[in-house]
Design a protein around this ligand. Structure first.
Ligand code: ADP
Ligand code: MG
Length: 243
């Protein structure tokens, strides 16, 4: 079980996360939607301390981290249990596809080289890039780069995978292959927290959809309910605009 309680983040006078409470069951696939500037990325980033929350607690299994007094060791432990997929892939340009995947296994997982390389090759097959392991990011399409980004996260076998608009930077022609890969990960019942504007995808794979605005979860529900009969006027207005 994963649980956030009162997660709060301020940038100066701007309260970007306003006491987020959220419990995530093992294997649950949650999609977060909402207008831009509403704190969706900050929520994901605070969960693994890419941004440091000001208050609240994050619990993943037997690890509980109080944001206000988190130690370095706790933050590292939290990062070991989560994996992040970035909108802009955030690959190392000077490392091959395989190198990008093994890097995290060395630094985060501290796996020996041979084991990391074996794991990376299995992941490269999984993400459909078995023959592109030696390619550098610049030689890969946007879709392939993001599949490496997802493969790198997948390699960590994290308790929770965090996806921040993983298809938003892609040319339309590459969106499908990335969503297909995410669909397979979802089918394997990986616990996922996904920020996306791909409403059809959300409808297919989400167990629960959260609508965020102004640093709060305004409304949540199963996709059929939230998309077909949203209760809050702000959700309705947002859905009307994105459709
Ligand atoms: P979303 O992902 O929903 O578009 P964000 O989480 O990126 O929203 O941002 C929420 C708010 O926090 C915005 O007002 C944004 O300007 C602000 N913000 C995000 N990151 C920073 C930062 N590093 N410094 C200052 N303000 C930030
Ligand atoms: Mg964002």
């Amino acid at each position: 079980m994963i649980e956030l309680q009162g997660l709060t983040k301020r940038f100066g006078a701007n309260t970007v996360l306003n006491g987020i409470d959220l419990a995530i069951a093992p294997g649950e696939r949650i999609v977060v939607i909402g207008p831009s500037g509403t704190g969706k990325s900050t929520l994901l980033r605070c969960i693994n301390f890419l941004d440091r929350p000001d208050a609240g607690t994050i619990r993943i299994g037997d690890l509980t981290v109080d944001a206000a007094r988190a130690t370095k060791a706790q933050i590292l432990a939290l990062r070991r249990r989560t994996a992040f997929v970035f909108q802009n892939y955030a690959l190392f340009a000077n490392r091959t596809a395989r190198g990008n995947i093994t890097e995290a296994l060395f630094t985060v997982r501290r796996l020996p080289r041979a084991e990391a390389e074996g794991r990376a090759d299995a992941i490269l097959r999984d993400i459909g890039l078995a023959d592109r392991g030696d390619a550098y990011p610049a030689a890969l399409s946007g879709g392939q780069q993001q599949r490496v980004g997802i493969g790198r996260a997948l390699a960590l076998s994290a308790d929770l995978m965090l996806f921040d608009e993983p298809t938003s930077a892609l040319d339309p022609e590459w969106v499908g292959e990335v969503l297909d890969l995410m669909r397979r990960i979802a089918e394997a019942r990986q616990t996922m927290l996904i920020v996306t504007h791909e409403m059809q995808f959300a409808r297919e794979i989400a167990d629960r959809v959260l609508f965020m605005e102004g640093g709060r979860i305004v409304e949540e529900g199963p996709p059929a309910q939230l998309f077909e009969s949203p209760r809050d006027p702000r959700t309705r207005e947002f859905l009307r605009r994105v459709r």
